[in-house]
Design a protein around this ligand. Structure first.
Ligand SMILES: [Zn+2]
Length: 137
């Protein structure tokens, strides 16, 4: 009886994009009290595209697998797409997580949002551009 999917185990054992980006354009840090996970996400953004992403996670296997998968999902993608990444999409990409571990994937979503917020705080002019784009919609 496998509690975790092969993908979860794979990302847990061989996490992608682990590390720090020293000159990151946005950094987000979140934590949850439930299993004591702490996640830090670093984004490199060029021309509204996420050109590089790295993370450090101190936490359970699901948190590590979720952050690893989340970085894979947003790398090379436009900021607008990363903004809409949900924990559900992360969990689905991992072929599911046990119900009581879903909150660990929420961390990945929040860490990315926080990092993007940080980016917009540093570059308020970029937010303006995106706001205009959404009005046109
Ligand atoms: Zn956890």
């Amino acid at each position: 009886m496998a509690l975790y999917s092969d993908k979860v185990m794979d990302h847990f054992r061989h996490p992608r994009n682990v590390g720090v980006i020293e000159d990151a354009d946005g950094v987000g840090e979140v934590g949850n009290a439930k299993c004591g996970d702490i996640m830090k996400m670093y984004l490199k953004i060029d021309d509204d595209t996420i050109t590089d992403v790295k993370f450090e996670t101190f936490g359970c296997g699901s948190a590590i697998a979720s952050s690893s998968m989340a970085t894979e999902l947003i790398k090379g993608k436009p900021v607008s797409e990363a903004m809409t990444l949900t924990n559900k999409a992360v969990a689905e990409a991992l072929d599911g997580l046990p119900d009581y571990k879903m909150h660990c994937s929420v961390l990945a979503e929040e860490a990315i949002r926080n990092a993007l917020e940080d980016y917009y705080t540093r570059h308020p002019e970029k937010r303006g551009e995106n706001a205009e784009a959404s009005i046109e919609d």
